[in-house]
Design a protein around this ligand. Structure first.
Ligand code: HEM
Length: 380
């Protein structure tokens, strides 16, 4: 574990964050040999300065280590430009009718029963199906793909690096699809990646494998938790739930507040490239740093009534999707999936309330924040 405290409740860490922001906003953790950084100002500074705070924390040539998330400029700029051509906001916006259809199919299958687990019945499968369809994974391969993806995601979420066999199986599979698309392009992301070009240069096979892998890893657990945390936060604040139910145009604002209030990504990671002073502390070149996004998003020096869950905030001040050059590439997709899922749920599930019959346990990942189950009751 990377935190000082065992996590029993998914959102337990917030009192620790408040204490640390007040007493030790930049502090060295001897057990994990890393600096923890808690204030908005310092977290923001780290995310804004990739020259001093490198994302290349893991040596090695695995797909994840060499992915866009873990490389620095100038290579990062090059890859980001290439993949951005395929992963455009326009391409994402076109997915709206299909995502609506998928969400409605999931809700159809539980609506009669008057209860569901938001995670298992909707927010876990949704991002995976969407990414499969975007990449163009054929239906007949979904079982194989789903099996290996689950293993890679579970290992990564526990912050234990990747399972090599699973990464290799998936990597080989992505290449197989790329070969097919090279011969016969389709309207899918892998075909678009194959044709993306910057200064006459294209992505190599290896780059395509790395990118597909990071999409699976960065895009599935995070979105799963965003939707789960949203339903949890809304049922915890019935006045806000009523406000959104009365005006579904407020759903996007509610999503931004959930990302701030119960951030799906708890912390990012960086390594110092040179000696640097941060928050009065001397960080040495080569030392590992965790900028705590979830704590920055509750910093009372940056947010008025930071501990309040409210829709009356100026838009998008949080760092829940990061900031700077590594700002989440998938943010438009996550926002779209969450907007459609929440809108459909609030429209179709009347008198939505959390079941208090079970203890709600946190997911095991230290870097991600969410619940294993979000059981709810409603009137069909
Ligand atoms: C980067 C959060 C969904 C793909 C990031 C970063 C954060 C983040 C904090 C920055 C990490 C850093 O600076 O080290 C989230 C949250 C999500 C979400 C909270 C959902 C609620 C997605 C989705 C995708 C995605 C759906 C794609 C399918 C990526 C990629 C990067 C990234 C590729 C790396 C970008 C780069 O390094 O240039 N995300 N993410 N994310 N995210 Fe997301």
């Amino acid at each position: 574990m990377l935190t000082h405290k065992p996590i029993t409740n998914a959102f337990d860490l917030y009192s620790w964050f408040t204490l640390m922001r007040t007493t030790n906003p930049v502090t060295y953790d001897e057990d994990h040999h890393a600096w923890n950084v808690f204030s908005y100002k310092d977290v923001y500074q780290i995310l804004t300065d990739p020259k001093t705070f490198s994302s290349h924390i893991l040596p090695g040539e695995g797909f994840i280590e060499t992915s866009i998330l873990m490389i620095d400029p100038p290579m990062h700029r090059h890859y980001r430009n290439l993949v951005s051509q395929a992963f455009t906001p326009r391409r994402i916006a076109q997915l709206e009718p299909r995502i609506t259809e998928i969400v409605d199919t999931y809700l159809d299958s539980v609506i009669e029963s008057g209860k569901m687990d938001v995670i298992q019945d909707l927010s876990y499968p949704l991002p995976l199906v969407v990414i499969c369809e975007m990449l163009g994974i054929p239906m007949e391969d979904r079982d194989f793909f789903g099996y290996w993806t689950e293993i890679v995601i579970a290992e990564f979420a526990k912050f234990q690096g990747g399972d090599l066999e699973a990464q290799q199986k998936l990597g080989a599979y992505f290449l197989q699809i790329a070969d097919l698309r090279r011969k016969e392009p389709k309207d899918d992301l892998i075909s678009a990646l194959l044709t993306a070009q910057v200064d006459g240069e294209r992505l190599s096979d290896r780059d395509i494998q790395s990118f597909c892998m990071i999409l699976l890893l960065a895009g599935s657990e995070t979105t799963r938790n965003l939707i789960g945390n949203a339903i949890y936060a809304l049922t915890e604040h019935p006045e806000v739930l009523a406000q959104v139910q009365n005006n579904l145009e407020l759903v996007p604002q509610a999503i931004e507040e959930v990302i701030r209030y119960y951030s799906p990504v708890r912390f990012a990671f960086r390594v110092a490239t040179s000696d640097v002073i941060l928050g009065g502390q001397q960080i040495k070149a080569g030392q590992l740093i965790f900028p705590w996004i979830a704590s920055a998003n509750r910093d009372e020096h940056h947010f008025t009534s930071a501990e309040h869950f409210t829709l009356d905030r100026p838009a998008q001040q949080h760092v829940g999707f990061g900031h700077g050059i590594h700002f989440c590439l998938g943010a438009p997709l996550a926002r779209l999936e969450a907007r459609i899922a929440l809108t459909s749920m609030l429209q179709r599930l009347k008198c939505l309330r959390l079941s208090h019959e079970e203890h709600l346990e946190a997911i095991v990942s230290p870097s991600l924040q969410g619940l294993q189950k979000v059981p709810v009751y409603f009137q069909p």
